[in-house]
Design a protein around this ligand. Structure first.
Ligand code: GLA
Length: 378
């Protein structure tokens, strides 16, 4: 049975009304890590793993949600929706509902949700969940939200409700994905430029199995440090400093903030350079920049961990691998690898051998293809 059939059956246990379906993809970030909240440049792609919501209207003001990932059914009343998180999976739809309710009146709904995105592996399962729910609720309310507005609502849900001060990268990648393309995003202007992934190249992730909790202080701490460094350097965001200007002023910063700023400024230069390399078909150069990004995240931004480092170093030694780095928020999650499309098996073998030898388990490798952004399923 397909996920659609499963969800149709799940929803039938809540209502006998016919469902409409909505999908929202996960994303993987090729390069541009921990710079979105500083208005910087990122290069993610929406991927062919997605969250699907089956939705049917209700005549009352209740929202009920069942998820294939969880046993209990979450429910809340649209008029009593408290602006307080419950600290569970239902925070994502609750937060999204609140964000939408600020924009237009909503109506009651029964929702069934399922996903093919591995949860917590750095593929942005949370943004996909929020956006799929957002598309469903907007459609049941008879509204059509512009993709950018949908992305803003999802970010509001994360920032104001779930409690992660995440940037705009994940929701923008989720709504603007283009099949076969990465997306060069300027996180200040929110301009999105698709960049074709050259023929013969493949993108894979390997999941370390270490689960990060973005609501833990570490992610928000990095963001606060990045903002503090910008303030001390007299700029709105680190994105506003060139590498030359930083070299002139970096002595003004205490050591830790200097390292955080060095990462952000270097990363903001590497992202457009990677996009250019992809446009030229120069995969070796794109991979080299990814490798550099990993070193910077490991040593200057300090968001990697031993498991990710082992995976990255192992991947980089495989013939036909152009580059590898940790991807997403870090402190666990996955690495992303850019490689020749006939080397996926070799990569899997090498990572399995190294990871089993050190940790007694594998780090599952998934081949990802760039997919289109969130949409209704007709
Ligand atoms: C998480 C956040 C994003 C971004 C990345 C790091 O995925 O949700 O906004 O900050 O971490 O690049």
């Amino acid at each position: 049975m397909s996920l659609l059939d499963d969800l149709r059956a799940d929803l039938a246990e809540l209502t006998d009304r016919a469902p409409r379906f909505f999908r929202a993809p996960g994303r993987v970030n090729l390069i541009g890590e921990h710079v979105d909240y500083g208005g910087g440049f990122v290069l993610p792609l929406a991927v062919d793993r997605e969250t699907i919501v089956a939705a049917a209207p209700r005549d009352d003001r209740r929202i009920r949600i069942r998820s294939r990932e969880h046993a209990e059914i979450a429910g809340f009343d649209l008029d009593e929706l408290l602006p307080k998180p419950a600290h569970g999976w239902s925070d994502y739809p609750r937060g999204m509902t609140l964000a939408l309710r600020r924009r237009f009146p909503l109506s009651g709904a029964d929702l069934a949700v399922g996903t093919t995105i591995p949860i917590g592996a750095g593929l942005s399962s949370s943004a996909a969940f929020e956006i799929a729910v957002g598309l469903a609720l907007a459609s049941l309310a008879g509204r059509k939200l512009a993709p950018r507005e949908l992305a803003h609502a999802a970010q509001e849900a994360e920032n104001g409700f779930v409690g992660v001060r995440s940037g705009i990268m994940d929701p923008l990648a989720c709504v603007f994905g283009v099949r076969g393309h990465a997306l060069l995003i300027d996180c200040r202007s929110e301009a999105v430029t698709p960049v074709a992934i050259p023929a013969g190249a493949a993108i894979a992730i390997a999941d370390s199995g270490v689960r990060h909790d973005l609501t833990a202080p570490t992610y928000n701490t990095r963001r606060a440090q990045s903002e503090e460094a910008a303030r001390m350097l007299g700029v709105t965001a680190l994105r506003d400093l060139s590498e030359a200007a930083f070299a002139r002023d970096e002595a003004r910063l205490p050591e830790v903030l200097r390292a955080r700023a060095r990462h952000a400024i270097g990363e903001n230069a590497r992202v457009p350079a990677t996009a250019d390399a992809l446009r030229r078909g120069d995969l070796a150069e794109a991979g080299r920049l990814m490798n550099e990004s990993h070193v910077s995240l490991r040593d200057d931004y300090e968001v990697s961990c031993a498991e990710l480092d082992l995976l990255v170093e192992t991947a980089q030694r495989v013939e036909g691998v152009y580059g590898a780095r940790m991807t997403g928020g870090g402190f666990g999650g996955a690495i992303v690898v850019l490689l020749r499309d006939d080397r996926l098996e070799a990569l899997t073998r090498a990572l399995d051998a190294a990871f089993v030898a050190r940790y007694g388990r594998t780090a599952p490798v998934t081949h990802l293809r760039a997919a289109d952004g969130a949409s209704a399923i007709e």
